[in-house]
Ligand binder design. Structure first.
Ligand code: DGT
Ligand code: MG
Length: 604
């Protein structure tokens, strides 16, 4: 059976309900026929097995007992072989269907989670640790897979085996039937007793596992910092502490299991014993035949099996449910609606922006931006200057609606920003981030990331030239096909920034945001990039954040931010004429440059 697209696209959001069993049931949507088929196959296999014991009883009684032999020996032999084949064949079929169900559900779940996580809000990602997400998407998803591979099908198996064999024994002799189930209530009570405890122990274990994953992940990302500060011993100790805690919690979990198994073994063993004794006595008293007794011995094993497994099932289901809950926590998160809102043809967007008393806070009570008001006409360049933490990045992050402003209004071409769809805004706005991220792919793939692979090489190179990175790329062994990152070349901060600039330029956005994009390049390269950008900035609204006055002095509007407020505004000449932060920065920077120049001339 193949899995159709509609099954794969089932919206798993529906599974994030407070009743976890209901959620798991919904998770099976699209796979229930597989599951039913697997259960029915199991039923046929179980019937065949039970019939084998009944045939054995018949065979023994008629060939070794009173001597009447109504069925020929070859036929009986054929019966044994036939039953074995039916049992084997259907067991196999059931196993396959179960595996398909479990793998299918898990595959769908993984795909969904991957997609879902990418659609969650900035705020969610700010608050959530990567290691935690990784752990839930791997270890917990695997526990859910185990639930569908073992426990979900286990319910059907247990009920079938138990019912079929119990009815068969009842038919042999009612008293044997009753004797074979005396332990059932005890097993159920013991399992229920352990269910909650294992559940809790497992939850604690998974939580600690997530902490450990986070510690490891963070340590790997920050390995350079660790080395630079020679803090290996500190980090090692921290890791060992968390690892020890995981060990303790794991031990507790294993202890639960190791207490549970002997308890259920004793119960089942006692039950078998009673059954054997009662059966043997019945044979001695002539109440049943030897054949019946032999059949009983075989069948009772298949009553004990489901009983033992009922306990295992109940206990393991608790772990599956805990993990499912942890996965549900992610599924429950609201996605950022990308397409809600209006769009305009790209060509019609002019790029006129008005901020009216805009305010924003990440956390209630601590405003990051306050009463920001300004207006810029299509194609103008707005520069933001201000000390670190003054809210420059935050301000530009409002434009693509990464975050929603909390008061005031922003108008784009006269329409409130909140009315445009996020997807549309993000297509029209190009950002060169403060700390650009490049994927471990080729340089070419990185540059074409926003536009797809089919861009002509000439355009890619034009963007690279504009970003003053073309020559650098040509110097690499494989040129544009050079791999970046772990498996390829390591780019310097400035090179990364320039690749990121090329990536954004190729996208040809109506609104361009350069967040400190030239901070890691030298003055000469900066001048080079600035020239290229000047041409590119023509005809598009641009936001430039920079610390060097040189980079922003040509802007149409300069906003000086301090603690989230605009403290000065105007063009370069006006601001230099005013007494204020701008002039201070300008004076410091020109003085430093003049001194540098003097030193260089003296030296040469
Ligand atoms: P920079 O890049 O160092 O020159 O500084 P700006 O001006 O780009 O500062 P910005 O906008 O990154 O941060 C402004 C304030 O907001 C600062 O106090 C840190 C805080 N902040 C930034 N991002 C977040 C965030 O994701 N969550 C919270 N709670 N606060 C944030
Ligand atoms: Mg910033």
């Amino acid at each position: 059976m193949s899995i159709s697209a509609s099954v794969l696209n089932f919206d798993l959001k529906k599974t994030a309900v407070s009743n976890r069993l209901k959620g798991l049931w919904r998770m099976m949507s699209g796979f229930r026929w597989h599951y039913l088929g697997a259960t029915l196959s199991l039923g046929v296999a179980a019937l065949a097995k039970t019939s084998t014991y009944l045939l054995l009883s018949y065979f023994v009684d008629h060939y070794f007992g009173n001597g009447t032999r109504p069925v020929a020996l070859p036929l009986i032999a054929l019966g044994f072989v036939g039953l074995a084949m039916v049992e084997g064949g259907f067991s196999f079929l059931s196993g396959r269907l179960t595996a398909q169900t479990a793998e299918g559900i898990t595959r769908r779940l993984r795909n969904y989670l991957f997609d879902h996580i990418q659609h969650l809000t900035y705020t969610y990602h700010d608050k959530t640790q990567t290691g935690e997400l990784i752990q839930r998407c791997t270890s917990d998803v695997d526990a859910v897979r185990r639930f569908f591979a073992d426990q979900a099908i286990g319910v059907g198996r247990i009920i079938l085996l138990f019912t079929i064999n119990f009815v068969a024994i009842l038919n042999l002799h009612p008293r044997l039937g009753l004797v074979s189930i005396i332990a059932v209530p005890f097993v159920v009570v013991t399992s229920a007793f352990f269910f909650r405890r294992v559940s809790k122990a497992y939850q604690a274990f998974q939580e600690q596992d997530a902490i450990l994953t986070t510690t490891l992940q963070e340590n790997l990302s920050g390995v350079r910092v660790v080395k630079a500060f020679a803090r290996q011993a500190f980090e090692k100790e921290k890791f060992e502490r968390e690892n020890w805690e995981k060990f303790l919690r794991g031990k507790k979990l294993t202890r639960m299991h190791s207490l549970f198994w002997p308890a259920s073994d004793i119960l089942c063993g006692a039950q078998l014993m009673v059954g054997y004794i009662v059966g043997a006595l019945m044979v001695i008293h002539g109440e049943i035949t030897i054949g019946t007794f032999l059949a009983y011995l075989g069948l009772v094993g298949w009553i004990i099996w489901p009983m033992r497994n009922l306990g295992r099932l109940i206990v393991q289901t608790s772990t599956g449910m805990v993990s499912f809950g942890r996965v549900s926590d992610i599924i429950k998160q609201e996605r950022e609606p990308l397409d809600e809102g209006e769009t305009l043809p790209a060509a019609d967007l002019r790029g006129e922006l008005t901020f009216e008393n805009v305010g924003f806070h990440y956390e209630e009570g601590s405003p990051v931006l306050q009463e920001i008001s300004f207006h810029c006409r299509p194609g103008q360049a707005v520069a933001l200057l201000g000390s670190t933490g003054s809210g420059k990045t935050t301000l530009v992050n409002l434009l693509p609606r990464f975050y929603e402003y909390t008061s005031g209004r922003i108008l784009l071409d006269g329409v409130e920003l909140k009315r445009y769809s996020r997807r549309y805004l993000r297509q029209q706005i190009g950002i060169v981030e403060q700390e650009p991220f490049l994927f471990s792919r080729t340089i070419k793939e990185n540059i074409t990331y926003g536009v797809g692979r089919d861009v002509p090489q000439a355009e890619i190179e034009a963007a690279a030239k504009a970003a003053a990175i073309h020559d650098v790329i040509l110097a690499f062994p494989d040129g544009y096909d050079t791999l970046v990152g772990e498996k390829g070349v390591t780019l310097s901060g400035g090179q990364k920034q320039r690749v990121a600039i090329a990536r954004t330029l190729l996208k040809n956005p109506r609104i361009l945001i350069l967040d400190d994009s030239t901070s890691s390049v030298d003055t000469e390269t900066e001048a080079e990039i600035r020239d290229a950008l000047d041409t590119l900035m023509r005809n598009r609204t641009t936001f430039i954040i920079a610390h060097r006055i040189q980079s922003i002095m040509n802007a149409d509007l300069i906003l000086v931010l301090d603690k989230g407020r605009v403290v000065q505004r105007g063009v370069h000449e006006e601001l230099v004429a005013q007494d204020g932060i701008y002039r201070q920065i300008y004076e410091i920077q020109t003085r430093i440059e003049a001194e540098l120049e003097k030193e260089i001339t003296n030296a040469s």
